[in-house]
Design a protein around this ligand. Sequence first.
Ligand code: ATP
Length: 597
Amino acid sequence: MTKQEEAGEKKGSPRDLLRLLVYTKPYRVRLAIALVSLLIANSFGLVAPKIVQHIIDAAFTRRDVAEVNSLALVMLGAFALQAAFSFLRSYLLSYTGERIVAEVRTQLYAHLTNLPVSFYESRRVGELTSRLASDVSVIQTVTTGAITELLRIGFLLVGCIAIITWTNPRLTAVMLAVVPVVILSAVFYGRYVRKLSTRVQDQLAEASAILQETLSAIRIVQSFVREEYERGRYRDRIREALRLAVRSSVASGSFVAFIILVVYGGIAFVLWVGSRMVLAQEMTAGELIAFVLYTFVVGGAIGGMAEIYGQFQRAIGASRRVFELLDTAPAITDAPDARPLTAVRGHVELDGVGFSYAQDRVLPVLEGVVVEARPGEVIALVGPSGAGKSTLVSLIPRFYDVVEGSIRIDGNDIRNIKLSDLRQAIGIVPQETVLFGGTVRENIAYGKLEASDEEIETAARAAHAHEFVSAFPEGYATIVGERGVKLSGGERQRIAIARALLKNPAILILDEATSSLDSESEKLVQDALDTLMRGRTTFVIAHRLSTVRRADRIVVLDAGRVVQEGSHEELLALGGLYKRLYEIQFRDRPALFPAEA
Ligand code: ATP
């Protein structure tokens, strides 16, 4: 793709808007009724000036009271019908618009949850949230309002011009002289306003990203006394958005003023020419009034067109951003012939695994890694910071795909296994436990949504979580997180372990917390982990002496390669990197069981 093409893609095109039409498919009948109502309602709008013309001529020229009375009744009836059909149109279109937006939102969210971890490394969550909220709302405004308005106005415009051309071509020509000026300036201004409003949206998305990041890390912000700094960053974005929004409103305001001047100036001119025609008896007073009324409708319609044009421009930008997300293909998906994984034994083999985060692969993070874990074995991964331990374990559940070599589970290449089965077979207990904002029960049941209360309690007991949970007045119904009780680091870990126990995976990935808990809490966590590890193949990123001593094998990584492998004793006897690491990393760390040190 060339640079220009790329820029074209970025700007978005009306095609993006057309894609929204796909979503209207289930509502075709409703839409058809809405369109018919629209046409009927507006036909009344078209005949009204004609009725006015007849009333005025009946009153002033023919002086016929009976005709005036019946015409007034006809007019009243026409307006009543117009009101009824307008309601029908407005209701059906809003209904469809709301349904489409709900559909786009759910689809977008579903799509986002499927995108791989790597996608979220290059995006900011706040920005995505803003897309889901504000971009989709812009689309909503357009689908529910602007499209209808466009149809209504288009119909009125064509109808009015046809009627007045037929009744008075000369006066119509005078009136239409102003139209090209209005249309040209609409195109020019519309572009300018679109550019400004895209920039406003960008700044707002940026501000919302800052908001999300700082609020979720408020402790860090406050501990570094960076409130003023963050306020400044946020203020800058908001100011910039404000500046652009003001510029954009000045632009659209002056545009409206300009249109008013041109359109109503044109109407005044038409009135002047028309009045002279009435004086010369070339038309009746009623005809002139009807003509002026039609001219008002045409003027209003053209003015409305310009506004809708701006709305469409905004909507094109917003739908481009939404579709861009929807079109991001999940890089990691099931192979076409992916097989299910049943009765997992947990035999994991890493065979010549190479990996790099960058596309160009100049900086390999892992190279030629060979590790075999037989069912039930505990493999401890150790190595200096940045050696690739976290990367290695994130390849097993396919958060990323290997670049070279392969990973097999029970002899099957994981790329040929159904992704959901693969991940179902793996339990992960990370360093930092993330709990959701629901109850303790919901947080544990995340490991098995259909778990019974007994199962949840059994898991919690095994994870040593039952003791502290049952001490809460509301027990398992206690709300945790932002709106509820705060749990200590050790308690959170035990909830995470209960959750993993309930999931009952054959393979376990543990990232040991580096921060040590007090020895009481640490013993409980360690006990819970021991229960969890029993009978499961475990990869543990080890930070504790007790862990490496108990592991069946220790794999020492350095700069992405396996440099040593063996038991604690073997490796200590061997000397080299493990021994050095042991001296700086493990020996001086407070041991869980002092006797082991
Ligand atoms: P630590 O013990 O400090 O957590 P580690 O051994 O787990 O380190 P990794 O986190 O696997 O090391 O990182 C290995 C290398 O990959 C590092 O050089 C790191 O900068 C790089 N890296 C890690 N994650 C990413 C990522 N998402 N994108 C790009 N590079 C990454």
